[in-house]
Design a protein around this ligand. Structure first.
Ligand SMILES: [Zn+2]
Length: 419
């Protein structure tokens, strides 16, 4: 096989090679190789290691990239985003900065309901264009794969249209996309008087239709007071399992509801947010192998005033992932490095732990650990070339640390711009 790309002169190669899930002390091991090279063919890695060990019988590559002594690490895997929406909620930012809470804003018709009204009026092409714009911004920040949720349609037709928009945008975009059905994001206004009717609709109509059309890999539930309680969430997640969808849960974000316990009980792949996770929930996650996908930027922009107990989760052996939670309300930043910076400087992770959580941790969270998340032979050639050998430069918020981004062996960002 003729190599399509050879990257030489890599000062520091963070391979993240090793067993998955990466937990506990293992998260600090980035599998660093100095003076390294990386070679790909047909979009897959055929060599990643010391430059002196590149097999001499490799053919000349089609393309060469000189890393200039800089660091190379896996592309970021953003395991929690909401990109399929229309309109904006910029007016709420001022209210929040003046002290209004998430629940207060939702109670006056803002929040998710405002975005649902705008999204229901948007065409599939308009939603796909919106998804694509967000993916553009994420790619420039080093994200090469993202989980993308529906959840602003909240009726069968609008949810299907949102998922089709996600699939349509993904087909034409370098960022790899894993779609998630989030019909259980909130109870829409027409069902507020009888929320059980809406749960029935999600269970009996939406999930079977989404599964039949093959539009999503996962189903997700916002398990929270005012959205879906534990028993409604359980019904929805069990229906998802019956129809062959993976499960994810927005768990214990604004208050403790037992979301983490539920995620473990239904065999969910990931419990997300976990700001108010209980000790029992934490133990259940550790025992089940369910990932904890943390979204520190959301806690920051929502001004929640506290963070998920990341250190305790790591010490308990829960597989950790980081995500941006890009969304129209509390997800202003598409940047995984920003989420990683908060994870370190507000939540107390080591830089290496944040890098693990943002790469192989994210891949585990979306069940793609065999394909992406580390730089090992056979995996996709998805990686970032920094502008220096210092991984710590990722934490210098506002200073562009990322030079090139490579997806499937193709340079898609060069010198910080779309190639
Ligand atoms: Zn979310």
């Amino acid at each position: 096989v003729k190599p399509d790309l050879a990257v030489r002169n890599i000062g520091v190669l963070a391979t993240l090679a090793g067993p998955v899930p990466r937990t506990g002390d293992g998260m600090r091991d980035l599998g660093i190789v100095t003076d390294a090279a990386l070679v790909s063919a047909e979009g897959r890695i055929v060599f990643a290691g010391p430059a002196r060990d590149v097999p001499p019988d490799f053919e000349e590559p089609v393309h060469r990239l000189d890393a200039g002594g800089a660091a190379v690490l896996p592309g970021f895997v953003d395991a929690h985003t909401h990109l399929a929406f229309a309109g904006d909620r910029d007016d709420e930012i001022g209210e929040r900065l003046a002290g209004a809470t998430y629940q207060e804003i939702a109670a006056r018709g803002g929040g998710i309901q405002k975005t649902v009204a705008a999204t229901r009026l948007a065409s599939r092409d308009e939603l796909a264009a919106a998804v694509s714009r967000h993916l553009d911004a994420m790619l420039l920040c080093g994200t090469t794969t993202a989980e993308v949720k529906s959840g602003y349609g909240l009726d069968t037709e609008s949810e299907i249209r949102s998922l089709e928009a996600i699939v349509q945008a993904a087909a034409a975009h370098p960022v790899g996309v894993v779609p998630t059905f989030l019909g259980a994001h909130d109870v829409p206004p027409e069902h507020r008087s009888a929320p059980k009717r809406y749960v029935d609709l999600v269970v009996h109509e939406m999930i079977p239709e989404v599964a039949r059309r093959g539009l999503a890999a996962f189903a997700d539930v916002f398990c929270e007071e005012g959205a879906f309680d534990v028993s409604a969430s359980q019904r929805i997640l069990e229906a998802a399992a019956t129809h062959g969808l993976g499960r994810r849960v927005h768990a214990d974000e604004l208050s403790w509801t037992g979301g983490a316990e539920l995620a473990a009980a239904v065999g969910a792949r990931s419990a997300d947010h976990l700001i108010h996770v209980s000790p029992a929930g934490l133990g259940a996650l550790a025992a089940s192998g369910c990932a904890a996908t943390l979204c520190p930027s959301a806690a920051f922009y929502l001004r929640l005033g506290r963070w998920a107990p990341a250190r305790t989760l790591i010490d308990a052996g829960v597989p950790l992932a980081l995500a941006t939670d890009v969304n129209p309300g509390g997800g202003l930043s598409p940047s995984m490095p920003f989420a990683m910076t908060i994870a370190c400087f507000a939540m107390g992770l080591a830089v290496a732990e944040a890098i693990s959580a943002a790469t192989i941790g994210g891949a585990y969270s979306i069940d793609r650990q065999d394909d992406i998340g580390s730089l090992e032979v056979g995996k996709r050639a998805d990686f970032i070339v920094l502008r220096s050998p210092r991984l710590l430069d990722l934490m210098r918020v506002g200073v562009p640390a990322i030079g090139h981004v490579v997806k499937d062996g193709r340079v898609v960002v060069r010198e910080g711009r779309r190639a």
